[in-house]
Write a new protein. Sequence first.
Length: 76
Amino acid sequence: MFHDEGKHHLPHFHAEYGGEKAVFLIAPPIRLKGNVKKRAEAMILEWAERYRKELMDNYERAMQKKPLNKIMPIDD
């Protein structure tokens, strides 16, 4: 997530896995743009579902320019 994104965006997060980058909607978790391998995308979507509340909390914090809370990384 980036603090400098305007409030006009839908709640989303940026993911990087294996050097590939994509942007995902938080609810429902779907890929908005970018490309990651199918296996990585499946793992990211599962992780996003599990940590949806934490992602939304961090999105709100980012919009208020507050520090983000750490969320557990993906276990592969």
